[in-house]
Design a protein around this ligand. Sequence first.
Ligand SMILES: Cc1cc2nc3c(=O)[nH]c(=O)nc-3n(C[C@H](O)[C@H](O)[C@H](O)COP(=O)(O)O)c2cc1C
Length: 353
Amino acid sequence: MHDETTAKRKDAHLDLCATEEVAPRENATLFDDVRLVHCAMPELSVDQVELKTTWFGKTLKAPILVTGMTGGTERAGQVNRDIAQVAEEFGVAFGVGSQRAMAERPELTSTFSVRSVAPTTVLIGNLGVVQATRMSVDQVRRLTDGIGADALALHLNPGQELSQPEGDRDFQRGYQAITALVKVYGDRLLVKETGCGVSPDVARRLVDCGVRNIDVSGLGGTSWVRVEQLRSSGVARDVGAQFSGWGIPTAAAIASVRKAVGGDVRLVASGGMRTGLDIAKAIALGADFGGMALPLFRAHQEGGVAAVRTALQTVITALTYAFALTGSRTVTELRRQPRVVTGELKDWLGALT
Ligand SMILES: Cc1cc2nc3c(=O)[nH]c(=O)nc-3n(C[C@H](O)[C@H](O)[C@H](O)COP(=O)(O)O)c2cc1C
């Protein structure tokens, strides 16, 4: 019964994400408050822009991650395989959605399995920290081993859980579960939010637990409070309306977390990243990777594999141009370029230490 509910909920999420307004207001990421400075004399050939990077012992052609979305139903399996195939073609990383359904029903493994279409690229499994607190590390390990993943993304989503009438209400023992998983996964553990952002304080505690990869997944893109609000009624719907703009804007999260954790931690900027220029700005603020979910899912719904290809090509091309137009060959060079930070983002960065 519980298992059926998990799968049904996943399909309802896909329907809402495909059609409804699930993101908050314009510029909620605050990337519009960041301007990179134009270089009229780049003194480089576009071919010299080096987007290649390494992660989890593999080489990626661009610093991009398709963040975890789905799995658990036939429809979800097709979404995973189609988008993963394009991720492989472009040499970017791919994450499956929460494998909770697979833990409950191992026969659903095939809906998370994408190695037949994405044999070489970085593949990341996914589980909620709340679920992890109730499982042994061996049970968790079986999920990632079962799909040949290179790493595990452990997602934090208290905002979503509280907005779900059937969601969890107990968020204790999270750091304890993460510490236990670090012992098994080492630096192959990625801790991610799901659209409300990671603060510098939380990032510091995660690093103290041994975490070496953090996806800040901030405010500005898909709001899970909003998605759950659209599925609910009565009190849950009214409370959800108050919190659908809740969270730390992605630009504020990435810049403040980088400052808090120093250079050794790999940081993903996700949550409302919509263009290659957004990713370039995030890199300038301290990100190692840009992550996207909704735009690629929507492209898939509108035009299948071909549309996902076009969407990713557009992002990578714009990212390359942003490097060229700031006169940057590499991530290190882009980070050193001047940038202008204005408006609300400046206020956030003044407050977050
Ligand atoms: C359809 C859909 C399903 C998602 N499911 C998961 C999930 O199972 N696990 C997870 O960690 N994040 C999940 N996310 C969150 C994304 O990975 C990402 O953190 C968030 O959507 C913000 O990125 P975006 O604005 O590009 O969508 C999902 C996102 C979408 C759009």
